[in-house]
Design a protein around this ligand. Sequence first.
Ligand SMILES: *[C@@H]1O[C@H](CO)[C@@H](O)[C@H](O)[C@H]1NC(C)=O
Ligand SMILES: *[C@@H]1O[C@H](CO)[C@@H](O)[C@H](O)[C@H]1NC(C)=O
Ligand SMILES: *[C@@H]1O[C@H](CO)[C@@H](O)[C@H](O)[C@H]1NC(C)=O
Ligand SMILES: *[C@@H]1O[C@H](CO)[C@@H](O)[C@H](O)[C@H]1NC(C)=O
Ligand SMILES: *[C@@H]1O[C@H](CO)[C@@H](O)[C@H](O)[C@H]1NC(C)=O
Length: 369
Amino acid sequence: MFSSKKGQLCVCLIIISVFLLLDACLIFVYFKYFVPLNGKGPVVPIVVTTWNYSTANDRAWDVIARNGTALHSVEMGIAQCEIEQCRHTVGYGGSPDEHGETTLDALLMDGSSMNVGAVGALRQVKSAVSVARFVLNYTSHSMLVGSQATDFALAMGFRAENLSTDYSLEIHRRWKENKCQPNYWQNVSPDPKNNCGPYHSIRYSLPRVKGSAASVNEIEMIDDENHDTIGMISVDHKGNVAAGTSTNGLTNKIPGRVGDSPIPGAGAFAESGIGAAVATGNGDIMMRFAPTAIAVELLRMGYSAQIAAQTVISRISKYYPEFQGAVVVATPYGDVAAACSGWNTFPYSVHARGSNMTIKTIRCSQYLH
Ligand SMILES: *[C@@H]1O[C@H](CO)[C@@H](O)[C@H](O)[C@H]1NC(C)=O
Ligand SMILES: *[C@@H]1O[C@H](CO)[C@@H](O)[C@H](O)[C@H]1NC(C)=O
Ligand SMILES: *[C@@H]1O[C@H](CO)[C@@H](O)[C@H](O)[C@H]1NC(C)=O
Ligand SMILES: *[C@@H]1O[C@H](CO)[C@@H](O)[C@H](O)[C@H]1NC(C)=O
Ligand SMILES: *[C@@H]1O[C@H](CO)[C@@H](O)[C@H](O)[C@H]1NC(C)=O
């Protein structure tokens, strides 16, 4: 009786041990082969840019190839796009606001010092990313906005210039002719769907269904030429990581609107030794999720750039299934990936040491929840 009980106990213990061993094996195999992790290794100098902004990417790579710093590389690359007015969505002469004025948002983040310089709704100065560099270098602030950012820029020696062009004024003229459609107002009177302002608020809010918080209006307006912020990540030979953005925002925006681009953790985030991320797309929505900060956090936890990018995009599409946007993620060790939603495809440009610049195009997933 006694010995058979002992025998049963023994058998039990053996069975339990076998199961524990099997579990350990399964966990090992799962983490080794099924959860893509980013590995460390030698530093891979690289420049990664949203969209097919290849001359900007080349300009930034030039700085890296000459042993310049990642931060300088990002500033020079983005400045190139501001000069070229990349697709009229970066630099002067694009995206006029409701008054017809073009204003600029830009950000630079140095992932080695965690220093940031940014401008929001900058008026009358063309080189927004360079003003951001001056905020970074010559102040202990992180962001200056509006006319006072202009005052700062002029004091630092920048020129005041007219940011309107015949192109941007024509867009504005047509918008007014079209009863100010589309626009970004809601719950105001007169009805913003058929009227220009001035509007006043309706003092009760319309019921909103959870999970469909974005109005149809909000989504339809982000067409293919209304979202193409340049976001850039550079890794230099020493492994410093920097990131930055520049944009003239949304066409017909309400004056004073600032999107995700100049906000660290939203438009861009960088941390040397870990990696960086940049975002492009519907900034009003994306900035609510701190996507680039979270992507870098996922890299820190060991996830691959691919998992990091997909995770933050699917997080946003859980609440806004039709939002349009993309995130590009890179580590200083050569792991680069992007994820997007709401478009068919999304291109980004990569130049790493030992290879030529290539434009990679990914298909945008539809995330189901
Ligand atoms: C970049 O993409 C746009 C459309 O997305 C296309 O019209 C343009 O030709 C492309 N430019 C280059 C240099 O590939
Ligand atoms: C790059 O510059 C650093 C100093 O900033 C220097 O130590 C290093 O040797 C240089 N590398 C090359 C390849 O020139
Ligand atoms: C900012 O400071 C760095 C060194 O700290 C310098 O190399 C760079 O030229 C400065 N940039 C500007 C725009 O003054
Ligand atoms: C700015 O430039 C546009 C286009 O050339 C011109 O129509 C407009 O009058 C200019 N504005 C000012 C204030 O000079
Ligand atoms: C880069 O491009 C040049 C000229 O187009 C070509 O000769 C070279 O083989 C390319 N290098 C690589 C690594 O693809």
